[in-house]
Design a protein around this ligand. Structure first.
Ligand SMILES: [Fe+2]
Ligand SMILES: [Fe+2]
Length: 146
């Protein structure tokens, strides 16, 4: 894959990561369940780490990250509010869907890249999305049994 195409994809992932940060922050602010609130705050921190990593990687590759991603903060906050309304179950299902999509996106790009620092970074992100997804799936299952 040429550098220009890679930069376009990394910028798209960056925009999605910005949305994840804002979404989880918005959900955490409105979450009464302390266990879930603390998990959402931790996930928001980890997604912020992904944002910083992707910005650093885009710069390292000689690219520029789009200023449009800053607008994602507002969008994520709206999603955070909207996804709170139907309750914890639907909120977790939305998050699980988004984490699964992110993991698939990372896996798809990994398959197209040769060994190197970009591929190493994507593996780290992929595994962290899988951990978020697994945690929320487990929490959703516990809720059903309660
Ligand atoms: Fe992420
Ligand atoms: Fe995640």
């Amino acid at each position: 894959m040429d550098r220009r195409s890679l930069l376009v994809i990394l910028n798209r992932f960056l925009a999605l990561e910005c949305q994840q940060v804002a979404l989880y922050k918005g959900q955490a602010r409105r979450m009464g369940d302390e266990h879930l609130r603390r998990a959402l705050e931790l996930f928001a921190d980890i997604e912020m780490g992904h944002v910083k990593n992707l910005r650093r990687e885009i710069k390292r590759l000689g690219g520029q990250y789009s200023l449009l991603v800053e607008a994602a903060d507002g969008l994520g906050a709206v999603m955070g509010r909207a996804s709170r309304l139907p309750g914890i179950g639907p909120m977790l299902k939305l998050n699980i869907f988004l984490e699964g999509r992110a993991a698939r996106d990372y896996a798809g790009l990994i398959r197209q890249l040769p060994p190197g620092p970009t591929r190493d970074l994507l593996w780290q992100h992929l595994l962290e999305e899988e951990l978020h997804r697994a945690w929320m799936l487990e929490y959703l299952g516990k809720g059903r049994r309660r």
